[in-house]
Design a protein around this ligand. Structure first.
Ligand SMILES: C[S@@+](CC[C@H](N)C(=O)[O-])C[C@H]1O[C@@H](n2cnc3c(N)ncnc32)[C@H](O)[C@@H]1O
Ligand SMILES: O=c1cc(-c2ccc(O)cc2)oc2c(O)c(O)ccc12
Length: 238
């Protein structure tokens, strides 16, 4: 049956219409260029019961391009899990770059730490075991933090994306980028609610509202890209 008309979504959705096409992209352009420790971390994450949550490697490759284009040095990550996107960021910022990485699930991060250590990149990471909102609020208590971050990546609780956005837009410098993962939420954003698994409905509604609000946010230039589970790339312009 065609993916679009399926009445429910799998936990690891293929937004592209053809799984074969995604396989082709991954095998031709992504996996051959994926750094070795990153590949090892991704493979180790498949043993985690929630391993499907790791950032899609093709979306990761696009993130690398932005990190490099921005010459990003100071970044924030909301939603670390085992650390695929975190290690990817650490690999692509300079030696004295810093990532503030926030996640309440330290246990998942511990799976990734040996790979980050093997890559010699733990010194770039300030891991904060916490929900992200109070951490962002604390950063904003010091006006010196405003407009200082080059890049932020959000891949966490989808119902809080707008709350993160309101804070991150102040922390990111003009010209900097905030990227949000899962903004197509398994393709459910284009389905009637009745066709969506009940467990996915609340975050589908949050994602729909978030996508609309981002599209109306005049402080940004955006691209809503159908890669991975949907990636919205926002450049702060004012
Ligand atoms: C999809 S996973 C992140 C995947 C990660 N980017 C990667 O590449 O592996 C979502 C993560 O968000 C975290 N999370 C959930 N609620 C959060 C919150 N309020 N603040 C920060 N992180 C949160 C979860 O603990 C989980 O590890
Ligand atoms: O199915 C999911 C679930 C999540 C998820 C669950 C609980 C949290 O506290 C945060 C996120 O994240 C996902 C994800 O990032 C993804 O790419 C695919 C599926 C899921």
């Amino acid at each position: 049956m065609d993916k679009i008309s399926k009445p429910s979504v799998s936990p690891n959705p293929v937004i592209l219409q053809s799984e074969g096409l995604l396989k082709y992209i991954l095998e031709t352009s992504v996996y051959p260029r994926e750094e070795e420790t990153l590949k090892e971390l991704r493979n180790a994450t498949t043993n985690h019961p929630l391993g499907f949550m790791g950032t899609a490697p093709d979306a990761g490759q696009l993130m690398v391009l932005f990190l490099k284009l921005l010459n990003a040095k100071k970044t924030i990550e909301v939603g670390v899990f085992t650390g695929y996107s975190l290690l990817l960021t650490a690999l692509n910022i300079p030696h004295d770059g810093k990532i503030t990485a926030v996640d309440p699930d330290r246990k998942a991060y511990e799976l990734g730490i040996p790979f980050i250590k093997k890559a010699g990149l733990l010194h770039k990471i300030d891991y904060i075991e916490s929900p992200a909102l109070p951490v962002l609020d604390k950063l904003l208590e010091d006006p010196a933090n405003e407009g200082t971050f080059d890049f932020a990546f959000v891949d966490a609780d989808k119902n809080n994306y707008w709350n993160y956005h309101e804070r991150l837009i102040k922390l990111i410098k003009i010209g900097g980028i905030v990227a949000y993962d899962n903004t197509l939420w398994g393709g459910t954003v284009a389905l009637p609610e009745i066709a969506v698994l009940e467990s996915k409905r609340e975050w589908r509604r949050s994602t729909l509202a978030f996508n609309k609000a981002i599209s109306n946010d005049s402080r940004l230039e955006i691209a809503h890209v159908s890669i991975g589970d949907g990636l919205t790339i926002c450049r702060r312009v004012s």
